[in-house]
Structures are given as C-alpha cells and as structure tokens.
Write a protein that binds this ligand. Structure first.
Ligand SMILES: [Zn+2]
Length: 450
C-alpha cells in the first residue's frame, strides 16, 4: 500500500527507474504512460543533461508523449548532484502519516467502485450541486448570470461548440482566424479579447494569464469565489462584454473599440454598485489603483533582497527576479532568470529565493534578509519539507550555510512590487540569467522608495 502513495523526488535521477517507479508529481498517474520510440532509456538520469543540470528536452520529447514530457519538464532540478529520495505524494509536505494513507486508500477504493458501477462519486455530486448553487447565488445582473451559466455548461456558441454540434464546418475563430475557437480563445486569447484585457488592471490580467482551468464552470466559479468580489465581478462582466462585442462583430459586422467595450463594463459595474450596494470604496480602489511602492528596511547590518516569480502569458516558461538593496534602501544589484517549462508558481518562488542567494554571492554580501511574497515557500524553507520542489529547498539550505547570516521572511505583495515588476519584465527576455550590478536596469523605476 505504501508503494501506491510514494513518489521519488528527482535529484540526479541515478536511482530512479523511468518505467517502474513513481516519480512524476501529478494527479492520478505517477509513471510515464509509454514510450513513443523503441529502446527507450531506463533510468531518469539518462534524461538529464548533467553539465547544465537541466532536462534534456530533446530526449524527453523524443521518447515521451506530449502529456508526459510536459509533466517531466516541469519537475525542478537541483543545481548540484543530489540523490533521489522518497516522499509521500498525498501530503504537500511529503511526509507520510497513517491518516493520510487511510484517506488515500478509501479514496482509491471508492473511485474504483464508482468506476465499475459507472456512477459519479457521491462527493462529486455534492460538490457539483454546491457549485451550481453558488453560480446561481452570484450577485450579478441576470444577463451576466445567464452568460456565466452558459459558460459553465460550455454552451456559449464558440466555433468549437458549433462544430461539435455540426452547426459549423470549421472550429476556426471568425475574428482572428485561429484554428480553434474555444471558450478560452474567444474570451481570453483572441486578438480582440486581448485588446480589451490590456485595458484592465495588470493584476487581473496576470491572474488570468496564470489560470489553467480548462473546465469553464470551474473557471467561472474560481473567478467568483477565489478572488476579491470586486475583481471577480469585473472579470465576469468583462468576459460578458467581450462575448457580446464578438457576436456583434461576427454577425453584424460592427466592430467596437476596446475602449467602448470597457466603458460598457464600467457602466455595468456602476449599475451593480447602486443596485447591490457593493462597497463604493472597493470600486474606487479598483478604478484608480494606487501603485504605492513600499519597501521594508531589514534589520541593522543586513542587506535586503526581495524576490518574486511570474509565469508568462502562454504558460510555457517562468521568470524569477531578485532585487538587492542596502540597509538604507540604496540599490546594490538585481538579477532575473528566465526558466523554460517550469510554470508551477511555488516552485518558481522557491527558485527566486535561491537566486537571491546567488545574487548576494555575486556581490560578496555575507549578511542578508531574503523576502518573498509566497508564504508557502518561506514556511517550506524553514521546515525543509519533502514537497515537489524539495531539491531546490536543499540547494537553498546548502547555499545558506556559506553566509554569515541569512533570514527568510514573508512580506505582502505591496512590499514586493519592484521584484514583481522586474520578473514580469524579464518574461520577454530569452532563457537564462541577467544581472545588473551597481545601477538598476533602465526600465526599472529607481525612485521606488518614495
Ligand atoms: Zn480569435
């Protein structure tokens, strides 16, 4: 039974069998499916380029299915040689507990039974009912609610939906000509939608860019439940407005400007504000967002390194950044790194902390405070958990020992805007590391402290 829930965390890959061992951290299936080619490699180390300590993408893509290679290339590798080690997959911290094993067993037994009796599992039905209830409970004008409802049922008539119902000969987008007009394409990625999203607050578009939810119902629910109400409403209203503008463009040949689409959204929200009495302060904050750049000074005698990580818009790479300032806030150095394939936010945040240590070493600074806006990573660094990016944690741990003093701290996003901005900007650079010593990059606002 233990075997079912144990997974190898890959260090150098020497002791892990590719086909016989659990080592891919994803839900359901921890081994690769099968090889596309005859005589595939047998040990994970054969997939790693040991000089750069990165995955050998050519080999991985050659032997594994797209689904497998994507999952494999997302596994973060340590920069030093470390042995593979076992972890318990069913807990985020990688530690085994009887309770967790029991949960895994019960869950597995149930899904097997459900599968054989071909019924949706009971908890599924319950969650589903809750989800629908939630959808209907949204405080939105009914036209938007209906739109969300149709979105959730995946029945808004996109090219893809029309083709699947034989109502269209092709699934292509009638606006930009893209091959498949799915709901994500229509609302988020089409040229026309992008122009509208470009007018929306940066934090929202970022959130949308990192969202990887293929079920439209979960997407609608996510927007409504997991982000502040005002933002959630704005996103859904924008989706609705984009959808209407698309229909007008496709069926009536009337093209609205992105600005006028946005004006419609704002008008809707104002109406909503008066009807539902949603707090006007929240609205105002949304419309004229103050980009206050704040910075917290470290303890006496320490330099401060703020770190952050972002995933690029198409979700094919991550970028991390570290900004080092002295005790009085004077700029010392900054660095960014663009990392192909790694798109798991927390893994990237951990890599950003490691990059902070590398930057401090470049500057020969021996006493530092590293700040991250990701609480999970800061906790995991302190506890050295066996989480999916434990090899990075071990690198951090090892590297920390070469300093006189290293402290890790969690700080809110408001205090971390500079590193965030830098990471975001780095997304457009090519893969690799970029360092600025002494003077900040030209595109960075140097007066962030005031
Ligand atoms: Zn399109």
């Amino acid at each position: 039974m233990l075997k079912q829930g144990l997974i190898k965390r890959i260090g150098d890959g020497e002791s892990t069998q590719i086909w016989g061992c659990n080592w891919i951290p994803r839900t359901g299936m921890y081994k690769p499916l099968s090889s596309k080619q005859p005589n595939p490699p047998t040990r994970v180390c054969e997939l790693i380029d040991h000089t750069s300590m990165t995955w050998n993408t050519d080999i991985v893509r050659h032997y594994f299915s797209p689904m497998d290679s994507k999952a494999i290339l997302q596994i973060p590798l340590s920069l030093r040689k470390q042995e593979d080690c076992w972890a318990w997959h069913h807990e985020r911290n990688g530690l085994f507990s009887v309770c967790s094993a029991y949960r895994m067993l019960i869950q597995a037994k149930k899904s097997r039974e459900d599968y054989f009796e071909s019924r949706a599992s009971c908890s599924d039905i319950e969650t589903r009912q809750k989800e629908w209830k939630h959808l209907w409970g949204m405080q939105l004008p009914s036209k938007i609610k209906v739109f969300c409802w149709r979105l959730a049922l995946n029945s808004i008539p996109t090219g893809k939906v029309l083709k699947s119902r034989n109502l269209a000969t092709t699934a292509e987008c009638k606006i930009c000509g893209a091959g498949e007009d799915s709901w994500e394409h229509a609302l988020l990625h089409c040229t026309m939608s992008r122009c509208v999203w470009a007018l929306v607050d940066e934090e929202i578009t970022e959130l949308l860019a990192t969202l990887r939810i293929s079920d439209p119902k979960h997407c609608a629910l996510f927007m409504y439940c997991n982000i502040p109400q005002v933002e959630g409403i704005k996103i859904l209203a924008t989706c609705w407005a984009i959808w209407h503008a698309r229909r007008k463009a496709i069926h009536e040949g009337v093209f609205q400007s992105p600005l006028s689409i946005m004006a419609k959204v704002n008008q809707l929200i104002q109406e909503l504000e008066t009807i539902n009495g949603i707090k006007p302060e929240g609205m105002k904050k949304f419309q004229t967002k103050q980009k206050s750049q704040r910075w917290l000074a470290p303890e006496q005698g320490l330099c401060k390194i703020n770190t952050d990580a972002v995933v690029d818009r198409v979700g094919s790479k991550g970028a991390i950044a570290a900004v080092c300032r002295g005790n009085q806030g004077e700029f010392i150095a900054a660095s960014t790194m663009v990392i192909p394939n790694i798109i798991e936010p927390e893994t990237l945040e951990a890599m950003a902390c490691l990059e902070a240590l590398a930057l401090a070493q470049d500057c020969a600074i021996r006493r530092i405070k590293v700040a991250s806006d990701c609480l999970g990573v800061v906790k995991n660094i302190k506890k050295m958990t066996r989480c999916a990016y434990m090899m990075i944690l071990q690198d951090i741990h090892r590297r920390s020992k070469t300093f006189d003093c290293v402290r890790f701290a969690h700080e809110g996003r408001d205090f971390n805007r500079e590193a965030h901005y830098l990471a975001k900007h780095a997304c457009q650079f090519g893969a690799g590391r970029h360092v600025w010593l002494g003077s900040p990059p030209v595109f960075m606002d140097v007066n962030v402290l005031h």
